[in-house]
Design a protein around this ligand. Structure first.
Ligand SMILES: Cc1cc2nc3c(=O)[nH]c(=O)nc-3n(C[C@H](O)[C@H](O)[C@H](O)COP(=O)(O)OP(=O)(O)OC[C@H]3O[C@@H](n4cnc5c(N)ncnc54)[C@H](O)[C@@H]3O)c2cc1C
Length: 319
């Protein structure tokens, strides 16, 4: 019974996506909400965001991701709580662990949902299909249902200040469960919020013409908007931005509240990664560019003229 929420942490603190999922899980009213935290972390804030209880597997083995150990920990947490549903942020952990967990315990898996609702006591997820061209509602038909949810799908309310009882254990996993060992983690160069969790994104395309063009137009506008810079594949292939900045089918799938596309045509593979953005602003000198079919606001014009104007206005408004 109830919902188990796998809470992501970063540097020992819960990530924004954990609070998002806990708040939504609580609002669904499908039974008690248990926050599951793997590895060392400060879990004291979770009760304020919707957790009725916290299961803290404070085990060094779980501090660094390993498929075997995390899948076993998740299976143990489901058995310990009797949870009917498990929610996780649609990130690399869910992408790797949930399919295996699904096979191991015979659980249905609703992938990359952007909305959740309860209907007749069941959890229903809404997810984009066909590169975002359509939305489908999915419900699991198994004793346990797994749902991964794109970050930024739900607002985060203020903490109620409530505290939740915490159960600490090693999660029943040991070093013997580590099947793949991470030997090195390379942090990205920038200090911006990761694209997949960013609430605002400013992306540039091939039309920036050079790395200097990208650095002098996209990055300053992104800084003014308090956004994370992103790029089309054409801009990445041309060396204007890093692969980690690529948005789209073969890059990152993003779900911000604001997506500004500078000189990006709106190819289907790019749209696949950003179409669910709440507000899309496109600047393109071609009035027939496909991106305008999806843009909330469009500026038909030269990005080298309009991006600095936008930058000035955002600096005034947000400084
Ligand atoms: C299997 C596969 C996977 C792919 N995966 C991805 C992916 O993950 N992400 C992705 O982005 N693409 C991906 N692509 C590539 C995709 O098909 C497009 O080629 C790419 O998105 C185009 O990038 P772009 O919009 O920057 O460039 P273009 O398509 O060349 O568009 C440039 C746009 O800029 C406009 N423009 C030019 N100059 C200016 C100016 N001065 N001011 C304003 N506007 C201007 C033009 O009118 C044009 O619309 C993939 C392709 C394949 C086949």
């Amino acid at each position: 019974m109830g919902i188990l929420v796998l809470c992501d942490t970063d540097g020992g603190a819960p990530r924004k996506s954990a609070y998002e999922l806990l708040g939504k899980a609580k609002a669904l009213g499908l039974g008690p909400v248990t926050a599951l935290v793997l590895g060392s972390a400060d879990v004291s804030s979770l009760g304020g965001y919707g957790a009725d209880a916290v299961l803290h597997y404070d085990n060094a083995v779980l501090g660094t991701y390993s498929t075997g150990a995390v899948v076993k920990a998740l299976a143990n947490a489901i058995a310990a709580t009797g949870a009917q549903y498990v929610l996780a942020s649609a990130n690399q952990v869910a992408r790797d662990a949930f399919p295996r967990l699904s096979a191991r315990i015979g659980a249905g898996y609703a992938v990359e949902c952007t909305d959740l609702r309860s209907e007749g006591g069941k959890l229903v997820g809404r997810r984009p299909v066909y590169a975002g061209k359509a939305l489908v509602d999915v419900a699991t038909n198994s004793a346990v249902g797994l749902y991964s949810v794109r970050p930024n799908s739900f607002p985060i309310g203020a903490s109620t200040g409530a505290s939740a009882p915490v159960t600490v254990s090693d999660g029943g996993v040991s070093a013997a469960d580590v099947d793949v060992k991470v030997v090195q983690t390379l942090a990205p160069e920038g200090k911006e919020v990761d694209l997949t969790e960013a609430d605002r994104i400013v992306s540039g395309g091939r039309s920036l013409k050079s790395k200097e063009g990208f650095d002098s137009v996209v990055r300053p506008l992104a800084a003014a908007v308090h956004a994370t810079p992103g790029a089309s594949r054409a801009a990445v292939d041309a060396g204007y931005a890093h692969h980690g900045d690529q948005v789209g089918q073969t890059g990152k799938v993003v779900n911000p509240s604001l997506y500004i596309a500078l000189g990006i045509s709106g190819a289907i593979q790019h749209l696949a990664g950003m179409r669910t953005s709440r507000v899309i602003v496109a600047v393109n000198k071609d009035a027939d560019a496909p991106i305008f079919q999806y843009a909330t606001y469009g500026i038909v014009g030269d990005l080298f003229e309009y991006a600095p104007l936008l930058q000035k206005e955002f600096e005034k408004a947000l400084s």
